[in-house]
Each structure stands twice: as C-alpha cells, then as structure tokens.
Write a protein that binds this ligand. Structure first.
Ligand code: AMP
Length: 518
C-alpha cells in the first residue's frame, strides 16, 4: 500500500507539455550547439515514436526504460522520449561500476536499456539477463525507419509514474524512488516560485543526471520556465570558471564539493584569471549549494572570492527540495532556512511525538505535501515503514532557531550516541575543519563497550602539515563539550565519496574497525 494513490485521470500539466509552449526560445546549449524548445519537442517526439516502434507497442504504459548517457542533448531527448511514449524514465549513473548498474537494472525490471556507445561495454558487463540494449544513436539519430505520420503518441496524464531515481543508498542497497509527472511538477514549481525562475535565466549544469539535484533543480526547473540550460558532460573546474566569467549565466547550483574544487582552482590561478573569474561569478543573480552540508569555511571563502552568499537548501530524492534559505533576505550560515512553498514539515522526537514549533529540542524531520514521492519501486514494506501517518520520515535530525532549520545529520550515521549523549557529527566536523592545518575531515561513531559509541575522525591534513591527535584534542576542547571530543583519529589522503561528493560514512567506519589501519 502506498501513501498516495496514483490518479491516472489527473489533468495537471506535465513538464514536456508545458515546455513545448516556449517554442522558439533556446532550451539547451551543448558545446556550440543550441536547441530550441520547438526542436526539443520535435526531436523527442521522434525518439518516443522510434522507441514505441522498436518495442512494438502503442503505449509504454509505465514500463521502465533505463538509460545510461552522459549529460547531453541526447540524454534529455531520451528522457523526454520515454515520457512521451508513456514510460518511466530510469536514469543510470555513468560513474557507477557494472555491479551497481546491475542492481538498478535487475530491480527496475526495464523493458530495455538505452546506452551511449561509450558505455556499451559497461552495460554488457552489468546485464545478467537477455535485456534488450538499444544504442542511443539509433534513437536520436536520423537513420531509423519509422513512419512518424502513422505512429501516434499516447496521451500521458500527469498521474502516471514518470521517473524512478535510485537513492544514494547510505543505509542499504539503493532503492528506486518513484515520482509521477504530477509529483515532479510539484517539486519543480515549488523551486520555480521560491527562487523566482524567469524565462531569461541561464543556468550551467555541471552535475550528473542520475540524481535529483541535476535533474529537477537544474534541468527541469529551467525547461519548465522557458529558460536556457548550458549542459556540460561532466564537471571541470577550469571550464566552469571560464563559463562563469562569460557573463551570460544568471544561476548556478552545485554540491559543496564542486564549490570547494572551484575555490582550490581559483587559489592556484594567476591574478588576472582570478580577477576575471571573480567578476564573472559576482554577476550571477543566485548561487545555490545543497545535497550535503556546506562547510562554513567554504561559504566564507566563496563570499570573499565572488561576493556571493551561497543559498543553502535541503532536500532528498524522496521529497524533492524541502527547506531553503531565502532568495531575498538574510541567509544564516549553517542553516538551511524555512519550508519551501507547499512543503509541509514537522519535527518529531524519538517516540514519534510532534515537537512544537518553538521547541528547542532536536527532532527528526518529517515531510508531507505534493512534492513527496509515490513509493519505493516494488517495495511496499519499505514504502509503508518510511511513512508515519502520511508523513515521510527523512531520517535527518534538525533543530529550529527563530524559524530557521539547522541540520544535525542523519540518524543512521551522523547522530552518535556516546556516554548517554547524542552528538552531531556535522557539528564536530565543522570544528575540526576550522583548524588551519586540516583540509577536510569526516566524523563517525564506532561501537564501544564502555561508551556505546566512540567519536572517531578521519582527517586529511593540509599539505606538509604535521598534526598529531593531541593537537586536535586541544583544539577541539576549545570549542566543544568534553563528551564531543574525538577519541580516535586516522590521517588519510582522501575521503571516500560518491558521484555527488557525499562522504561515504560506512567506509569511514571501516577505517577504524580495521585495526591494522593507522
Ligand atoms: P539525496 O537523496 O542523495 O539527495 O540525499 C539526501 C540527503 O542529503 C538528506 O537526507 C540529507 O541527509 C543530505 N542533505 C541534503 N541537503 C543537505 C544540506 N543542505 N545539508 C546537510 N545535508 C544535506
């Protein structure tokens, strides 16, 4: 049983019907090529018709179609083609190894997988059944024989399932989070309203297109509005800086890791490049960070370099975006702002009792509203248990101060229970990171007979820095209560991260559990 029932008669607008109204405006820019909304509509109609013809049906009727293609015009055409043919789009991550692709392919049970020829080998390795593989050039290229006058596209109402995004899987195997067209539109329109998207906006996409951030916040919001999206096949700091300094962008959205790499590249650049880049970036109307906690040092440095105060927001694959700092007005460092339009948020204590708006206690965020996903694919038990009385249980802990939310981390990995206290890993990470000889760090709890959990920190030192655990303990004591001081240390050269730059805390824990590591 799902918390929402699909309403197949729903008549609300889908992204692709709305976007087709922007006719001659430029929708996508890829390299030197521009594609108008009219062209996008025509080309994706053709992709849908070819797909129907290859699969020998008049309507995909919510069949899943998986696809593996880098961010590109072809990628968008495939996504729209699947939607227009009545299917459910299942974007796969180009960075994932065959084993992870195999899980998504087996779990989503697609009718076929569409693949860019570059990734054909990877897909072949991932496939264990006789799943049909279609080369993307067959669909988006002109040489497939289909009598388009004879093939009609099905009528796709907004209550249909539209997309299935695999979650990052921080707590188990990735699950396919399903949204309908209607839910997708709700996630988009909430952001379009809050961040005042306009037709004249131009945004650069440097994030992958298998995750909600790139798909919804950037690509879909741009196409909903009639704005233009400059698509890069992957993130490159130099290209990004050069693009930011061209003067045509109005918006930029990325994860903290992207901003940190941009800062490093800026620090290493010649003075004239720095000046050009800073001037370019300062002209944008809005720069957004999210999908992981933004370190205070990065926020500060970005402000010094570009004059921009990054707007931090909070969201999740299952709920779209939920909280955002204001477009106009003060953005408090360390806070993720207030609920977005039409998103309902409450906090509950460990027993599930709702905390009052003015409660200073920490609580788990629960979210309801038209933005919340429909279900975990073919997993009614997991779907059911992820809701409490119609509210989605995010697993994220937050406090509220004067109406603004501050995240303390995920219950599963970031809330450490030590000596009877509950401690936020994010709070400790902020303190450790402020040490001048620390480049980055990640805090985890490791099982301990006496303390329940011990606070452990993996640290990347600044190059040539010589720091001992004792130095870090002295430093932490200046800012943190004694029960929050890390007890275990590992000095590492890299933190394990996923394709979105999120630190993989389960792997960090292993560093400490394997006693041979130092
Ligand atoms: P994903 O579904 O991959 O987007 O991951 C969602 C998770 O990322 C949330 O449940 C949070 O734990 C984390 N997250 C998203 N935005 C933020 C943020 N601004 N600060 C801290 N954590 C965040």
């Amino acid at each position: 049983m799902t918390h929402l029932q699909t309403n197949s008669n729903s008549k609300s607008e889908t992204l692709f019907t709305r976007a087709s109204q922007h006719s001659h405006r430029v929708a996508l820019i890829t390299g030197n090529k521009t594609t108008s909304y009219d062209e996008l509509t025509k080309l994706s109609d053709m992709v849908a018709k070819k797909l129907l013809s290859i699969l020998n049906t008049e309507d995909l009727n919510e069949s899943r179609i998986a696809y593996l293609a880098p961010p590109s015009l072809d990628h968008v055409l495939i996504q729209w083609g699947i939607w227009k043919a009545g299917g459910v789009a299942v974007p796969l991550a180009v960075s994932h190894p065959p084993a992870e692709l195999c899980h998504a392919l087996e779990d989503s049970d697609p009718s076929c997988v569409i693949v860019d020829s570059v990734y054909r080998g990877k897909i072949q390795e991932a496939i264990t059944s006789d799943l049909p593989v279609i080369d993307s050039s067959e669909l988006v290229g002109g040489n497939f024989n289909v009598d388009s006058s004879k093939t009609k596209l099905p009528s796709v109402t907004s209550g249909r399932r539209a997309m299935m995004i695999y979650t990052s899987g921080t707590t188990g195997k990735p699950k396919g989070a399903v949204v309908t067209h209607e839910i997708l539109s709700a996630q988009i329109t909430s952001l379009v309203e809050a961040w005042e998207w306009k037709k004249d906006d131009q945004i650069m996409l440097v994030l992958p297109l298998h995750h909600i951030h790139g798909i919804v916040n950037i690509l879909c919001c741009a196409l909903w509005t009639g704005a233009s999206c400059h698509i890069s096949p992957h993130f490159d700091p130099l290209d990004t800086w050069n693009h930011l300094s061209k003067g045509n962008l109005t918006l930029f959205m990325a994860v903290p890791t992207v901003y940190i790499l941009l800062i490093k590249t800026w620090e290493a650049a010649e003075p004239e490049d720095r000046l050009r880049w800073s001037n370019g970036a300062s002209a944008l109307r809005l720069m957004v960070s999210g999908s992981a906690a933004l370190p205070a040092a990065a926020l500060e440095r970005w402000k010094v370099i570009t004059g921009q105060v990054l707007l931090e927001r909070y969201g999740m694959t299952e709920i779209g975006m939920a909280l955002s700092n204001p477009l106009h007005g003060d953005r408090r460092p360390g806070y993720v702002g207030v609920p977005l339009p039409r998103v309902k948020i409450r906090r509950v204590d460990e027993d599930g009792a709702e905390l009052g708006e003015n409660s200073t206690k920490e609580g788990e965020l629960e979210v309801a509203g038209p933005n919340v996903f429909l279900e975990y694919w073919r997993n009614p038990t997991m779907t059911e248990s992820s809701f409490r009385n119609g509210w989605f249980r995010t697993g994220d802990i937050a406090v509220v101060d004067r109406g603004d939310y501050r995240l303390l981390g995920r219950t599963s990995v970031d809330i450490i229970k030590t000596g009877g206290f509950k401690v936020s890993a994010l709070e400790i990470e902020e303190v450790v990171r402020q040490h001048p000889q620390v480049a980055d760090c990640a805090v985890v709890g490791i099982p301990d007979d006496d303390w329940g959990e011990l606070i452990a920190v993996a640290i990347i030192k600044e190059s040539s820095a010589k720091i001992e655990p004792s130095v870090m303990i002295t430093w932490a004591r200046k800012y943190l209560a004694s029960y929050k001081i890390p007890r275990e240390f590992r000095f590492v050269t890299k933190l394990p991260r996923n394709a979105m730059g999120k630190v993989q805390k389960k792997q960090i824990k292993l560093l400490f559990l394997d006693s041979s590591e130092t």
